[in-house]
Ligand binder design. Sequence first.
Ligand code: ATP
Length: 501
Amino acid sequence: MNETKYKLASYVNASRPIIYINHFDFSAVDALIQEVADVLPNKPQIYEYNDAFGYVDFEWKNRKDYNETKDLASFLNPFYETEEEKFLVLKDIHFHLDNPKIIALLKVIALKTLNTKQEDFQTTIFIVASQLVIPTELEKLITVFDFPLLQQDQIGEIIRKFAQQWEFTIEKDVVEELALSCKGLSEFEIKQILYLAYDDGGSIDISEKKLIIQEKEQIIKKTGSLEIVNFKETIDAIGGLNNLKFWLKKKAQVFKQLDKAREYGVDIPKGIMLVGMPGCGKSLVAKATSRLFEVPLLRLDIGNLLGKYVGESEANFRQAIKIAEAVSPCILYIDEIEKAFAGVGETDGDSGVTKRLFGSFLTWLQEKENTVFVVATANDISKFPPEFLRKGRFDELFFVDFPNEEDRKKIFEIHLQKRGKLSQEIDINKLAKETKGFSGADIEAVVKETIETAFIDNKDKINTENLITVIKTTEPLSNSLADKINKIKEILEKMKFKLAS
Ligand code: ATP
């Protein structure tokens, strides 16, 4: 907390006039603001406005204006005049941030602070809200403050206090294990889980990890942009892509013993970019990587990051990254990344938002020293800004092409085996020869359809001919998307991509 306190205090000292704290746990934010007020030399008065009650006492939370509930404008008005040093803590006022009068009032108070000498600041406005809404007019006056997530030892302290309060004993290593699982959650969320677990059995033990993981999945889902992916696939479910698989197995050696590797001087793997043909196993690779590295897989949906307010998309992005970092070590899987960043080089449309988001992402990728391993996939990179693919961002760029004959054999085997239909009667070599230009997904579809037809026709087995019949009626993706695919290949040939296969 100390580091956070001094960072926030330094913003106040530097006369940042409006500080936006995007957090829903108001009591935790209150505690921080109070601590900051306490370390400042001229202890400021704190005035609180909250959207439910109007003007309230910051310490006791009782209403200050029982007789007349003040609206936000009348609350703010007098503060422009007063000279004393003060904090205005405005809670859940994001709904008012499209009101020109409120914007104007915030602006005049903020400008007055800015124009005062640094050493005697006057007013710092804290907007505390669970949603980030930044009106364009205030964009330059607002500083967004990231409320940090709790560290493992802080979480441990919360668990120990809870046990004390309810008078049960809890072993030290259980506290540590549970605290590790709770990383990424707020104090409020952790306490909710503890109450739930305690209500259930009257004490708390290591089996609560399951509950924590379930709750965590819920919370991650609620962020809207991140999702924990559950799956069964291992690296053996991928046919072909041998170079890529070999490379991943090497990185897995590092990832599985990060502490040792770091000590030895090995760089922490950052991530890979997989570009290439649709349906050729890119998402399969993301899943298999998670299995190989023995860490969870988080999927980031960039489409859901994009918000309608200035700064909202970046705030959503920062929040998603923060959660991924808290959950780390983990794989952050970003599918079809081109959809989010395409248009960055263009001047029209909403490219301002995408450009900023893209900038934040690049910086994060470049500077990241955490253990979030990014697996980004893209089909079309024709609109990608070149800096995205520059060395240093990703550990490696791989091109995933349509499978060659050898790989197609493997893919047939995998999908037939998976459905219990691999037998001597099936000539895999022939199938592979007949499916030039088929993607892995096309091959899977052929196998599925053949098996379904055999079932309907009451056959107990399938043979090569059955499969060939379906192959003949299948239009592979490489035909239907021929033009697009040729364009992608042309671009890729100019770039230094490693071949995945
Ligand atoms: P897209 O770009 O369209 O998202 P993708 O490259 O991510 O496609 P996947 O979703 O991984 O492709 O593939 C779709 C399905 O096709 C997989 O679930 C898998 O069953 C099958 N498949 C694709 N490639 C392979 C492969 N190399 N080995 C085994 N199965 C494969």
